[in-house]
Design a protein around this ligand. Structure first.
Ligand code: NAD
Ligand code: ZN
Length: 352
């Protein structure tokens, strides 16, 4: 088993090993004092893995109540959040009882947001079932829901007690979801790790998933430990996300998070070339790896529409926005871009 400790204000371990789902109870047992737990699970994941999770928790002496939530970003909202809170209350969950999230980033973000707020905070454990959630969403303590006007507009920093990652669970992921996880792995490579970037050219291999997750989580740990609350360096992790979030929202969430981030990364790489941040070869390498992995790289929306959405970006200052630009594969830089220049960046990235 690989164990990666995240030394945030409340430290926790990310445990990675095949078969971990069936050990969830024994791993959680020493971390909490109660004998009740809530399992929150997406409706796709429920028939695949909830039974095993419940049995694992019951074997360790937990009485488990289960809540399924509808899948999809469209449901990462106030309605589902309210439903989860009512479920916790109706199940008489106390503030020492753990909430276990079993699912992708949507389930994790929603469950974490509920865990942070229910009775002012109860213990929270993540069992990521998508590659994207394992390498990104479950690590770093950010939780969020979307508001009607924008993505992730309400949220808490709230560290889990533990993250239990069982790479075997990725075996049932649709190929589109796998690609989305790979988009975040490409992001990690472009930010920090040339060798990781190169290794992704080989495509997806389930037997190497644990290693890939561990490598990405270790990079995220390094950044999160230095800047847990996202005031500086952590914003590097936003590579491809400033444009990506706007694209995801503009698509009405018909493009998934990973797809939108892939387009966002390709755009920022293209726009960086003409401004002297990186050479054309670097941008070409990034775009071509994304394409090799089956990810989209072309922006389907006009710059003006994306600009409108980006006005609400949380990283916006009065008249600038922070963008992450590649210098080379493995090295990126945070820069302040005047809002007035953003349209030019989007157009040079390929938006109409
Ligand atoms: N908190 C953070 O730091 C952070 C970081 C990155 C992304 N996110 C958020 O994560 C979300 C995206 O996460 P995601 O890509 O995991 O999407 P997701 O949670 O929507 O899951 C994708 C789809 O795969 C299905 N699924 C999940 N696990 C499965 C499995 N093992 N087998 C078969 N199907 C399975 C789900 O039902 C869903 O339909 C976005 O809301 C994004 O904002 C959060
Ligand atoms: Zn992301």
């Amino acid at each position: 088993m690989t164990s990666i400790t995240i030394r945030s204000a409340r430290p926790y371990d990310v445990l990675i090993a095949p078969g971990l789902l069936d050990r969830a109870g024994e791993l959680l047992r020493p971390l909490v004092k109660t004998d009740r737990a809530a399992l929150i699970c997406g409706d796709h994941v429920y028939p695949l893995y909830a039974g095993r999770a419940v049995r694992a928790l019951e074997r360790a002496g937990f009485h488990v109540c289960v809540k399924t939530i509808p899948h999809g970003e469209r449901h990462k909202n106030l309605d589902t959040y309210g439903e989860i809170l009512s479920f916790l209350w109706n199940s008489e969950l106390g503030r020492d009882d753990p909430i276990v999230s079993l699912g992708g980033g949507v389930t994790g973000d929603l469950s974490g947001f509920a865990a942070a707020s229910y009775q002012r905070g109860c213990p929270f454990v993540q069992i990521p079932t998508t590659l994207l959630a394992a390498i990104d969403a479950s690590v770093g303590g950010k939780t969020a829901i979307d508001l009607p006007g924008g993505k992730n507009q309400a949220g808490f920093f709230y560290s889990p007690l533990a993250v239990l990652c069982d790479p075997e669970l990725f075996g049932t992921l649709p190929v589109r979801e796998l690609r989305c996880g790979l988009a975040e792995a490409v992001k990690t490579g472009v930010l920090f790790d040339r060798a990781l970037f190169d290794s992704l050219r080989g495509g997806w291999d389930l037997s190497l998933a644990g290693e890939l997750v561990a490598r990405c989580v270790a990079h995220k740990r390094d950044v999160v430990e230095r800047d847990e609350f996202d005031r500086g360096e952590r914003q590097l992790l936003n590579l491809g996300h400033s444009f990506g979030h706007a694209i995801e929202q503009r698509s009405g969430y018909s493009l998934s998070h990973g797809e939108a981030v892939a387009i966002g990364m390709a755009m920022i790489a293209r726009a960086a070339v003409g401004r002297g941040f990186c050479d054309a070869g670097t941008a070409e390498e990034i775009v071509s790896l994304l394409r090799t992995l089956g990810l989209p790289t072309d922006c389907p929306y006009p710059a003006a529409e994306l600009l409108e959405i980006m006005k609400h970006d949380k990283k916006r200052r009065a008249d600038t926005l922070r963008l992450v630009v590649p210098r080379a594969v493995g090295r990126c830089e945070l820069i302040e871009v005047p809002l007035a220049e953003l349209g030019g960046w989007l157009r040079d990235g390929g938006a109409r």
